[in-house]
Write a protein that binds this ligand. Structure first.
Ligand code: NAP
Length: 319
């Protein structure tokens, strides 16, 4: 296939996949699992009746369950695709209904909090394997999902100590077949890395867009009219789902505060360079940062297109 996903598998990797939460990520997993025949049957659940209805219309799953508990019945792979703050409650709800030997995973953007919730609620006899596909857009909901979302993106697995290597290998195989590159690290390290690469940048975007919105000397229409000068790219990030991002900051507090401290120190240094007219200092920093952008493009994690190469899910899947 021309979309980079490759041919469907000859035999499914799992018999029955239960997806809890059918927003951007859940719907994207459903689409790629179907397209690549990664599993024998997809059953999905979502707390929103509207989402369940829309998912049925879009044909995202083979069956739609009324509750998470009903969905996991008999599933050998369960993936929680709900906001991080909802993972504990869902884990508690599904715990008595899980099949022995099932792999229970998630896609949450924070991993230590998920590991703690899994350890608290999931029974012995299932494989609790938190994961985070580092892929997304600022869109939410079942329509936003597309099969190629994970193509050439990283999926980080954070298996707890003592996790069964065979279960880790099976989950890695699932994500690899979905187009992702798999990396394994500890939950704590994941949270630190993502704090600087994702969480703090989102916070900065939320802050700068909020500051612009509150300015008294520059009108809101001027902010929108002249937004091409860098501000526009921040507004894309600042349009990300409020529930998801509230939960990220509440659940990765320490790592975010640590990175924010470093960021504030560097910002103060920049402030000083501007005040002191330190032309060389500014030029050197901007040269180093430009090289990082070029490195990201060279690794295929971004395109050089000025629109950041991002199109809607439907457009991506059609091309
Ligand atoms: P989303 O589009 O908002 O979808 C989440 C879905 O889960 C919604 O339909 C929501 O229903 C449903 N839900 C909430 N609580 C639930 C519960 N207790 N039981 C069942 N369903 C429930 O969010 P998303 O972008 O797919 O994000 C899902 C997860 O992926 C989050 O943990 C996020 O951290 C992670 N993630 C997101 C991205 C990204 O770029 N968006 C990237 C990587 C990972 P309601 O709308 O009714 O609440």
């Amino acid at each position: 296939m021309a979309d980079g996903l490759g041919a469907p598998l000859a035999a499914p990797l799992f018999e029955r996949l239960a997806l809890i939460g059918l927003g951007l990520i859940g719907a994207s997993i459903a689409r790629v699992a179907k397209r690549k025949r990664l599993v024998g049957h997809i059953v999905a659940a979502d707390s929103s009746e509207e989402v369940r209805k829309r998912a049925a219309e879009l044909g995202l799953a083979d069956s739609i369950a009324k509750s998470a508990a009903a969905a996991v019945d008999g599933a050998d792979l369960v993936i929680l695709c709900v906001p991080v703050g909802a993972i504990g409650a869902v884990a508690e709800e599904i715990a008595p209904h899980l099949r022995k030997g099932a792999i229970v995973s998630d896609v949450g953007s924070v991993k230590s909090a998920v590991a703690a919730a899994f350890a608290k609620y999931l029974p012995a006899g299932v494989h609790a394997l938190p994961a985070h596909p580092v892929a997304g857009t600022e869109q939410s909901g079942p329509e936003a999902g597309f099969a190629t979302l994970f193509c050439n993106r990283w999926c980080i697995l954070t298996p707890p100590d003592g996790a069964d290597p065979k279960a880790v290998a099976r989950l890695s195989e699932f994500w690899t077949a979905a187009g992702a590159n798999v990396e394994i690290m500890s939950a704590a390290h994941h949270d630190l890395v993502l704090a600087i690469t994702s969480h703090v940048p989102h916070l900065i975007a939320y802050n700068i867009v909020g500051t612009a919105a509150d300015l008294e000397t520059v009108t809101r229409s001027e902010v929108i009219k002249f937004s091409a000068g860098g501000f526009r790219d921040f507004t894309r990030i600042a349009a990300s789902d409020p529930t998801m991002w509230r939960d990220v900051f509440l659940n990765n507090k320490e790592a975010v505060l640590e990175m924010l401290g470093r960021f504030s120190e560097d910002l103060t240094a920049l402030q000083r360079m501007i005040r002191n007219g330190d032309a060389q200092g500014l030029f050197d920093l901007f040269t180093r940062t430009r090289a990082i952008r070029r490195g990201i493009i060279a690794e295929g994690q971004e395109t050089a297109a000025p629109d950041f190469g991002r199109r809607t899910g439907e457009e991506q899947d059609r091309s």
